[in-house]
Structure formats: structure tokens, C-alpha cells
Design a protein around this ligand. Structure first.
Ligand SMILES: [Mn+2]
Length: 286
């Protein structure tokens, strides 16, 4: 049995990745994870060669993710902003390759938090696909696959569901562009968990396994058995990642809107979560 590869998002402990947070690589390993997920939002602070050395020394894999900001939005009306989005994503791809990661996930198609006054137009979809195609071709040369994350309606207007992620992947039409699901968002947008997971499988490159309130997995509304059953039936053995922000500083609260304590500590939440998922995997994959 190949088994799922468990990642933990560095956001469990820090809102910002830099050389001051390299110790988190050791911490993820010590807590039993196969990978650490490193955020690239502050790309200027990301020192890929230092990260790679630390990963090699510790013996753990890495996956990266990011979101687009308003000034580098692939779906912006203004051409310069769209071009800035392509440039930014190429930098993220390069950093991903340089640290030895194979997948860059996240909200790679539009600025997070952007609201529209009317229905998205064909233009928005085409701009996203066009920009991603250029980034994907660049990423292919670097050996990197892009994962387009479907997230909830309050955070994007473009890709809220697995169906919409499939639509965008098909529009981009490059072999190294896939889907990144997140159960926290699916709990808001999908009819169930089994069907979209199954539908995503041919394109699936990453899965944020987050509880409905981003607290301890198993204590919320996500139907984990349905997700793991679908993954098992599809023979998925790629990365799955715990994404929670329990301990994260007040700096991140305005973005995450988590104004209560969801567990005694991040270590507790992710350790309990990892144990829960490994038991579930044993049951569903056998
Ligand atoms: Mn996510």
C-alpha cells in the first residue's frame, strides 16, 4: 500500500514564512508528517536553497501554496495587473522547484477576497485560463504541477466547486495543471463530499483535509468516511494536508476570521488530526 502523504501547513504555527521559521521543518517531521506545506505569499522572504538544505537534513518532503493578491490578479480588468499575476506565479513556481517540491497549490487563478457586482463573465474565465496556461508551460520545464484550489464564495467569485475547478483545468488544458480540493470549503459549497472527490480524482494533486470549522478533524461536520472512501476507490496516494490556524497570531485573524480557540494548541490539533486520519485511512484503504 503506497499510502497517503500527510502534510501540515506552516500556518499551524506562523503567519509568515522566512528563514526565521526553518525550525518548523524539524517540527513537522517530529510530529510524524511526511511533508510540510510552505506558503509563498511573501515570496521575497522565501529562501528556497536554505529550505532545501534543511529538508534534506531532516528527511521530509515539501509542497507549496499561495493565493493571488489584488495587485497580481489573473482576472483583473487591467492587463498590467494580469501580467503581474503571471510574473508572480512564475516566481512561485521557481521557488517551488528550487526547494525540491513538485506541486504548487492554492488560489492561483484570481485575487483572494475579490468581490464582483455582477456575474463573472466569460472574460474572467478566459483571463484566468490564459494566465495559467503561460505559467503552466513555464512550470512544466521546472517539473512543477499546479493545483487549482476551489474555495468558498466569500473568498473568490470564480472557482467555488469541484465542477468549476474541472472547468478551469479543462480550459487551461495543460498536463501539469490539476485540482486542489479543500473539505472546509466543500462543506460550504458542495452537495456532498463523495461525489466531488470522485469527480476530481483524475485531476487531483492535493487535498486540504480541514474540518468544517478548521478545528480538530473528526469533531466537525465533514463526512470524512465519504472522502477517504472515494480516495481509496480511486487509488489516490498523493498529498493530503492539514490546514488550521489555531495558534496563529492576531496578524492573521482578520483574514481567517477565527476569533475563538479551536484547540488547546496547534500541536494538539494536528497530532490528534493525524492520528484520526491514519486510523481512517487504515479502515478505508484496506
Ligand atoms: Mn485550503
Amino acid at each position: 500500500m503506497a499510502g497517503l502523504k500527510y502534510a501540515v501547513h506552516a500556518y499551524a504555527w506562523t503567519p509568515s514564512w522566512s528563514n526565521d521559521t526553518l525550525d518548523l521543518i524539524d517540527r513537522a517531521k517530529a510530529l510524524g508528517f511526511d511533508m510540510i506545506e510552505i506558503p509563498l505569499m511573501e515570496i521575497d522572504l522565501v529562501d528556497a536553497s536554505k529550505i532545501r538544505r534543511r529538508l534534506d537534513a531532516v528527511g521530509i518532503d515539501v509542497i507549496t501554496s499561495t493565493v493571488l493578491a489584488m495587485d497580481c490578479d489573473l482576472t483583473a480588468d487591467d492587463e498590467k495587473t494580469r501580467a503581474a499575476g503571471v510574473d508572480y506565479l512564475k516566481r512561485c513556481v521557481q521557488a517551488t522547484a528550487d526547494m525540491g517540491a513538485g506541486v504548487l497549490g492554492g488560489v492561483l487563478y484570481s485575487a483572494i477576497g475579490r468581490k464582483l457586482d455582477s456575474f463573472p463573465s466569460t472574460k474572467h474565465w478566459e483571463w484566468a485560463a490564459q494566465g495559467l496556461k503561460e505559467v503552466a508551460r513555464y512550470a512544466r520545464g521546472a517539473g512543477v504541477t499546479l493545483g487549482l484550489e476551489a474555495i468558498n464564495r466569500y473568498e473568490t467569485f470564480l472557482v467555488n466547486t469541484c465542477d468549476q475547478a474541472v472547468r478551469l483545468v479543462e480550459m487551461v488544458d495543460e498536463p501539469n495543471v490539476g485540482i486542489h480540493l479543500d473539505s472546509y470549503h466543500m462543506n460550504i459549497e458542495e452537495n456532498d463530499f463523495y461525489q466531488p472527490t470522485t469527480k476530481a480524482l483524475p485531476h487531483l494533486v492535493f487535498y486540504h483535509i480541514s474540518e468544517s470549522h478548521r478545528g480538530t478533524p473528526g469533531e466537525g461536520l465533514v463526512r470524512w468516511e465519504d472522502i477517504f472512501r472515494a480516495l481509496a476507490e480511486g487509488g489516490y496516494s498523493g498529498p493530503v494536508g492539514l490546514e488550521s490556524y489555531t495558534e496563529v497570531s492576531d496578524a492573521m485573524r482578520p483574514a481567517t476570521c477565527i476569533w475563538r480557540k479551536l484547540a488547546s494548541s496547534s500541536d494538539q490539533l494536528i497530532t490528534d488530526g493525524l492520528r484520526y486520519f491514519k486510523e481512517l485511512e487504515k479502515r478505508c484503504f484496506s
